[in-house]
Design a protein around this ligand. Structure first.
Ligand SMILES: NC(=O)c1ccc[n+]([C@@H]2O[C@H](COP(=O)([O-])OP(=O)(O)OC[C@H]3O[C@@H](n4cnc5c(N)ncnc54)[C@H](OP(=O)(O)O)[C@@H]3O)[C@@H](O)[C@H]2O)c1
Length: 240
C-alpha cells in the first residue's frame, strides 16, 4: 500500500487522520513539531495495527525545514500522498497585526506550498495532495483576518497547484466546519455553532477522515474543495 505524509499528525484531527488512514491500509509518515511524546505513542499505535510508520519532526514556520521534510521521509519508499494538515489558529479574532500575519502566512500558507513542491518532485504516478482549509473560506467575515487570509490563499493555491502538477499529481482540499475547541472557542461555543448549522450536526474528526480518504482515492477529482461543515458556511442565510 502507498505511503502518506500527514503534517501535524500527533494530535486532534491529524491524529484521527493517521488512525483512519492506517485502518484503510496506508503506510504513514507522521510529521510533528512540539508534540514528540504524542507522536511517539501514535507511531506505536499505528504499528500495532500492522502498518509501517515513521515519525519526522520539523518546524514548518521555517522555510528550510519545510523544504527538507519530504526528503527525510524515504524509509517506507516514496511519499504517494501528502496531507497538509498542520496549522496554527489565532488566539484572538482580531488577529490583524504584522506579527500575526507573518506567522499565519509562514505556517498556514507558505509551508504547505513548499512541502507540496518538494512532494511533487518525487511523487509517483497516482499521487495526490489534500490541503486542510476552513469552511469559513466560503463565508468570509471581519474576524480572524490573518488566519482566514492564509486559508483563503491555500484555497486559491489548491486550484493553481492542481494545474501546476497535473497530470501526475491531483490536488484537492477539505474545508472543515467547527469541530474541536481552541484558545478562542470553548467546547460549548463549538456545540452552539454546530447546533446553528443547517444540518445541526455534531461534526467529528472522523467526518474529516472520511472526506480526506475519499479525495486520496478519487482519481477524477482535482482542484476540488469538499466542505465538511454541516452547511456551516450557509448559516447566516438560514436566519434572514
Ligand atoms: N479544529 C477545527 O475545528 C478546525 C476547523 C476548521 C479548520 N480546521 C483545520 O483543520 C486542520 C486540523 O485542525 P486541528 O484543530 O487539529 O489543528 P491544530 O491542533 O490547531 O494544529 C495541528 C498541528 O499543527 C502543528 N503545527 C502548528 N504549528 C506548527 C509549526 N510551526 N511547525 C510544524 N507543525 C506545526 C502542531 O503540531 P505539534 O502539536 O506537533 O506542535 C499541531 O498539533 C488545520 O489545518 C485547521 O486549520 C480545524
Amino acid at each position: 500500500m502507498s505511503a502518506i505524509l500527514i503534517t501535524g499528525a500527533a494530535r486532534r484531527i491529524g491524529r484521527a487522520l493517521a488512525l483512519g488512514l492506517a485502518e484503510r491500509g496506508y503506510e504513514l509518515y507522521l510529521h510533528y513539531h512540539a508534540s514528540a511524546a504524542e507522536a511517539a505513542a501514535l507511531v506505536e499505535q499505528v504499528r500495532s495495527m500492522g502498518r509501517t510508520c515513521q515519525s519526522v519532526s520539523a518546524d514548518l514556520a521555517k522555510a528550510e525545514e519545510a523544504a527538507a521534510l519530504v526528503s527525510r521521509c524515504q524509509s517506507l519508499g516514496p511519499v504517494s500522498h501528502l496531507i497538509n494538515n498542520a496549522a496554527i489558529y489565532s488566539d484572538d479574532p482580531d488577529d490583524f497585526s504584522a506579527v500575526h500575519f507573518d506567522r499565519q502566512m509562514a505556517v498556514n500558507l507558505r509551508a504547505p506550498l513548499i512541502v507540496a513542491e518538494a512532494f511533487s518532485r518525487q511523487a509517483p504516478g497516482g499521487a495526490s495532495i489534500v490541503n486542510l482549509l476552513d469552511s469559513r473560506v466560503g463565508a468570509l467575515s471581519a474576524r480572524f483576518v490573518s488566519y482566514m487570509t492564509a486559508k483563503a490563499g491555500l484555497e486559491a493555491a489548491t486550484e493553481m497547484l492542481a494545474l501546476r502538477y497535473a497530470p501526475r499529481v491531483r490536488v484537492n482540499a477539505v474545508a472543515p466546519g467547527p469541530i474541536l475547541a481552541s484558545a478562542v472557542e470553548t467546547p460549548d461555543t463549538i456545540e452552539a455553532f454546530q447546533a446553528r448549522t443547517p444540518l445541526a450536526l455534531a461534526l467529528s474528526p472522523n467526518d474529516i477522515v472520511e472526506a480526506t480518504a475519499y479525495l486520496v482515492t478519487a482519481r477524477a477529482l482535482t482542484g476540488q474543495v469538499l466542505y465538511v461543515d454541516g452547511g456551516n458556511r450557509f448559516t447566516s442565510r438560514t436566519y434572514v
